[in-house]
Design a protein around this ligand. Structure first.
Ligand SMILES: *Cc1c(COP(=O)(O)O)cnc(C)c1O
Length: 253
């Protein structure tokens, strides 16, 4: 299978960066999951990466994602053992999109309001298992950023953990990749400390599955892994620079 040699090369480079970052941090090689952020990429790129062994894909825009998920379902024999693709919603969640997100995704990384969490829980189809979710935290302290303030994360996490059809898995943050590596590292460390604090406050059963720190992107995955990331969300380092989104998609999410 030769497929797409440039994609294969970038995939191997990213896996190598993760392995190296784990080694440098004294962490086990398998302790970090690569989430391939396929927003603005066609289904053919997802299928090409799946053929190389990638299974987890992240999407930000609902309509674009639904089309891609359907196309991949038709093209990819995901029923064989170990071949199922998992889909992670990582963009802002609007309340009129929760039903569809709850029905088509395996994870939502970007829960920042209790109301949204309640809807996702109520609308998660009974035929599916609990929806895995992370609470998104604004560790950059800028008003424009998505996510709850660090001081509100515990209350939201407790509320999410109590919802029957959600499984609270951890915390997520998107610090803007910056030139200041030390500042970046402090923000990742802040999310790790917050995770530890929330973990001690959760009831026993919920604490057991609260195992995820979703942080680190193409520019800063090494720093995130050094601070304990368990999922890194990588787009451009895998797929190359993102094409512009078609105008038909840019107004909807
Ligand atoms: C686009 C995006 C990424 C991937 O960013 P790259 O810099 O291309 O790796 C990760 N997380 C979120 C939430 C994104 O929107």
């Amino acid at each position: 299978m030769n497929g797409n040699p440039a994609l294969r090369l970038r995939y191997e480079q990213v896996l190598g960066r993760i392995r190296q970052a784990c080694a440098s941090a004294g962490r086990e090689a398998g302790s970090v999951v690569l989430l391939a952020v396929s927003k603005a990429q066609p289904a053919s790129q997802v299928l090409a990466l799946a053929a190389l062994g990638q299974r987890a894909f992240g999407e930000n825009y609902l309509q674009e994602a639904l089309d891609k998920i359907a196309a991949c379902r038709d093209e990819w024999s995901g029923s064989a053992p170990g071949r199922a693709l998992s889909w992670h919603f990582i963009g802002p969640v609007q309340s009129n999109k929760t039903r569809s997100i709850a029905a088509h995704f395996d994870w939502v990384h970007s829960v920042e309001r209790e109301k949204i969490a309640q809807r996702l829980s109520e609308q998660r189809p009974q035929a599916l298992g609990a929806l895995d979710v992370c609470v998104q935290v604004n560790v950059s302290g800028e008003a424009s950023k998505s996510g709850v303030a660090p001081g509100e994360a515990l209350d939201l996490a407790l509320a999410v953990a109590a919802l029957p059809r959600l499984r609270l898995r951890g915390l997520m943050a998107i610090p803007e990749p910056g030139e200041d590596a030390a500042l970046q590292r402090m923000r990742f460390a802040a999310l790790r400390h917050l995770h530890a604090r929330v973990a001690t406050a959760l009831p026993g059963e919920a604490a057991g599955s609260f195992d995820t720190l979703s942080m680190g992107m193409s520019a800063d995955l090494e720093t995130a892994v050094a601070e304990g990331a368990t999922i890194v969300r990588i787009g451009s380092a895998l797929f190359g620079e993102r094409p512009e989104r078609p105008p038909s998609l840019s107004s909807s999410t």
